[in-house]
Design a binder for this molecule. Structure first.
Ligand code: NAD
Length: 474
């Protein structure tokens, strides 16, 4: 049993003012493995005050000083990789086949930000004016549970690279992972107040951050409904807001695709991160003339996908993060059946031979129409929908017929043709025949998948404001 009873304010581990104790679970067993004492509104205000006090000096640091800090943070995170890997398996249920990548990613995002900072010019000319890109102030960084360490480090890296100080509110469900991150970043020996970490509830700590007048910028990753409520409270003080929200990403399989490659890739896109991924490809669009072939290929490929013990290196799908999330996914599977979608594989309940933990059967529906609930709403579990289309025009129309627009996938034997389709998709990222990640490229959503971009130069500029100097330009 881990007991976490400290938060991190002004460079020190302190006892929170908040008293509430919150249970932490191992989702593979459903058992309590720890408890965290949650921060409250007062703690959030203290953290904001510390970040505010640190901002004037930090915002005037040089690029070289901030680069050195980011590199120290990277080394400190990399030194904790094994410990974070274990926590990702125990507390989140990430399968070992993925947890290692996630643990490494939490460190590498710090170096990625350093690379961007190294080549970024904070001043430029615009006509007779000199334009200075100036840090916004104190940033509130609010993150979800499905990649706790990666989101904390990624947002913090961009904020600090820009010269902003930060108050971080991670998900209360990831407190063990957060503690490892906090200890690592503390070891990087940054001046006090640059970053403050207050684990607490969204309605208390999160709401205080999103409404506080001393917060200039919010960077939020989470669900679309919470994103909208943050945008509303941030409007009162006109905070700058970056929102990374949900998705219902299409995987467009063109009629020339080699299914022996396309189907395993489509299933991987759909089931990644136990299906708890905002970028999961959950709508598989297939030409109607090849539907039978696609279904046969799915049935064959699914045999190689194992849902179960996250410690087992052969496992590709671990448990849902919580019982609530398990119930939510079960409800959607029931809705799919009730709405008349055809269950190709999977279904309600736990996988065969599994009698505990929040495991879901990898599920694929066929005969889905794009107006069914399972095709429109984000399920956030390993539940995929096969939707057939008549021709390429209809495929593009269906792909874009969604309130979301985070990511899209196009699979084809002809890259140029896939590219023409990609150009017409409404999504912040389109991946052609690949699942690769590019940290230098902007990431974020069209439509209700969000506002703004993270990563690369766009991600850095999300923490900066242009100021034009006229008359006295150097
Ligand atoms: P969530 O929206 O419930 O919570 C996200 C964070 O917001 C948590 O820290 C939570 O405590 C906090 N929060 C909740 N209510 C709040 C409020 N009123 N004010 C301020 N903060 C509040 O999301 P979740 O269930 O933790 O995560 C899953 C969601 O995140 C999914 O919808 C998924 O698509 C989305 N997500 C998006 C991305 C992306 O980059 N676009 C990445 C990962 C996850």
């Amino acid at each position: 049993m881990q007991r976490i009873d400290q938060i991190y304010i002004n460079g020190a581990f302190v006892s929170p003012h908040g008293q509430e104790l919150f249970d932490l679970f191992n989702p593979a067993t459903g058992q309590v493995i720890g408890q965290v004492r949650l921060a409250d509104e007062q703690d959030a205000r203290d953290a904001i005050a510390a970040a505010k006090a640190a901002f004037p000096a930090f915002s005037r640091t040089t690029k070289a000083e901030r680069l050195a800090m980011l590199r120290r943070m990277h080394a400190a995170m990399a030194a904790r990789e094994d410990q974070l890997n274990d926590a990702l398996i125990e507390e989140y249920g990430a399968p070992a086949s993925r947890s290692r990548w996630m643990a490494q990613h939490a460190a590498s995002v710090l170096l990625d930000a350093a690379k961007v900072l190294e080549h970024y010019d904070f001043t430029r000319r615009a006509g007779t004016a000199e334009v200075i890109m100036q840090p916004l102030g104190v940033a509130g960084l609010i993150t979800p549970w499905n990649n706790d360490a990666g989101f904390i480090c990624g947002k913090l890296a961009a904020a600090l690279a820009a010269g902003c100080t930060a108050v971080i509110k991670p998900s209360e469900m990831s407190a063990i992972q957060t503690r490892i991150v906090t200890e690592a970043l503390h070891a990087a020996d940054l001046p006090p107040g640059l970053f403050n970490i207050v684990t607490g509830r969204g309605e208390t700590v999160g709401a205080t951050i999103s409404s506080h007048p001393d917060i200039a910028k919010i960077s939020f990753t989470g669900s679309t409904p919470v994103g909208k409520s943050i945008l509303r409270s941030a409007a009162e003080t006109l905070k700058r807001v970056t929102l990374e929200l949900g998705g219902k990403s299409p995987v467009v399989i063109l009629d020339d695709a080699d299914l022996s490659q396309a189907i395993p890739l489509a299933l991987q896109a759909g089931f990644m991160n136990n299906g708890q991924a905002c970028i999961a490809g959950t709508r598989i669009l297939v030409p109607e003339g090849r539907l039978a072939e696609v279904e046969a290929a799915v049935l064959q490929a699914i045999d190689t996908i194992t849902a179960g013990d996250p410690h087992d290196p052969r496992t590709s799908i671990g448990p849902m993060v919580s019982e609530k999330q398990w119930q939510r996914v079960q409800r959607y599977i029931r809705i799919g059946i009730d709405d008349g979608a055809r269950l190709l594989v999977g279904g309600e309940g736990r996988p065969q031979g599994v009698d505990k933990g929040w495991f879901v059967r990898p599920t694929v529906f066929s005969g889905v129409s794009n107006d069914m609930t399972i095709a429109r709403e984000e399920i956030f579990g390993p539940v995929l929908s096969i939707i057939s289309y008549r021709d390429q025009e209809e495929a593009i129309r269906i792909a874009n017929d969604t309130p979301y627009g985070l990511q899209a996938y196009v699979l084809s034997a002809d890259t140029e043709r896939a590219r023409q389709v990609a150009d017409r998709l409404e999504a912040g990222r389109v991946l052609i025949n690949t699942l690769a990640h590019e940290p230098a490229a902007p990431f974020g959503g069209f439509k209700q998948s969000g506002i703004g971009r993270e990563y690369g130069t766009f991600g850095l500029e999300a923490f900066l404001e242009p100021k034009s100097i006229l008359g006295g330009a150097r």
